[in-house]
Design a protein around this ligand. Structure first.
Ligand code: G1P
Length: 300
């Protein structure tokens, strides 16, 4: 057991190259691609803030400077909007603006894997539990996934919590997979973890779906973590070691999740979030129906 401290900080690993979205990602980080009218990263940050997170930590890389600009105030834009009386737009920007001093940025200097990206945040996190949100995954639910995880964290008196969902048993090699232990509140105890196993080696079809609450002892483990699946330093391998010493729980999220790291997931996210928005829902719905009935595949 570990003593329970409030989860105040969230880490967002945003250093990935986004090769599946080339050529767009030559000039735009994949986290800045838009779902309806806001970048993917905004959805993930919103989820963290709803769960009570107070400080945002971004692990960026080269060519990602625009993410830092996005979370800053754009004085000239605000002035122009004010002069033109665009109060709704001004209010929106104001609502989304992180407060001064409440976000930090550090760089992952080489693409060595998720475990390494998380380790890069160690000084900014310090000696306290933290949330980790993978921005490829965006979720749609009235109550956010991380909020429910914070509840499970509090109910269980601390420890570590990861979000899981079920996948097609044939697709385990795409994810980190956990073994299912005894039930605890809205989740279960994690009984083993393995990164990207073949279906025959997978302990279940519960995959780690991109939200974590972790204790700071993970950083000492990641410091010396060897490369694993894909020749990368894997967070899952580090968590497996931490699970020898600390409690690990899985929260089974049953809302909708979209993998914006894939083209299909990104398109689905756009459709689903457009249909979720009362202001555009009806129009989008009608247009989609018409498109589904009339668009043929391109001949080349
Ligand atoms: C990462 C994690 C994996 C998790 C997945 C969720 O893999 O290593 O455990 O299941 O995110 O998207 P990646 O997608 O970076 O290969």
């Amino acid at each position: 057991m570990v003593t329970m401290q409030k989860v105040r900080k969230a880490v967002f690993p945003v250093a990935g190259l986004g090769t599946r979205f080339l050529p767009a990602t030559k000039a735009i980080p994949k986290e800045m691609l838009t779902v309806v009218d806001r970048p993917v990263i905004q959805y993930v940050v919103d989820e963290a803030l709803q769960a009570g997170i107070e400080h945002l930590i971004f692990v960026t890389g080269r060519n990602k400077g625009v993410i830092e600009d996005y979370f800053d105030i754009q004085v000239e834009l605000s002035n122009t909007l004010a002069e033109r009386g665009k109060t709704a737009e001004l209010q929106l920007l104001d609502e989304l603006q992180p407060r001064a001093g409440k976000s930090s940025f550090t760089r992952q200097q080489a693409p060595l894997g998720l475990g390494h990206a998380v380790w890069c945040a160690r000084d900014l996190v310090g000696n306290e539990p933290f949330a980790l949100l993978l921005p490829d995954m965006i979720m749609q639910a009235e109550k956010s996934c991380l909020s429910s995880m914070v509840e499970l964290y509090e109910q269980s008196g601390g420890g570590n919590v990861i979000s899981v969902e079920t996948c097609d048993p044939k697709e385990t090699a795409k994810y980190g997979i956990v073994g299912r232990g005894s039930e605890v509140g809205s989740g279960f105890r994690v009984d083993g973890m393995v990164e990207k196993p073949k279906p025959e080696d997978a302990p279940s079809n519960f995959f780690i779906s991109g939200r974590y609450i972790l204790q700071p002892e993970i950083f000492d483990i990641l410091e010396t973590q060897e490369r694993g699946a894909g020749n990368e330093i894997q967070l899952t391998d580090g968590m497996l070691k931490l699970a020898d010493r600390q409690d690990f729980y899985a929260y089974h999220f049953t809302g909708r999740t979209f993998d914006c790291g894939s083209k299909e997931g990104f398109i689905e996210a756009n459709v689903a979030f457009a249909l979720w928005r009362a202001d555009i829902r009806d129009k989008v719905r009608g247009n989609l129906q018409e498109l589904m009935e009339t668009v043929e595949p391109a001949r080349r």
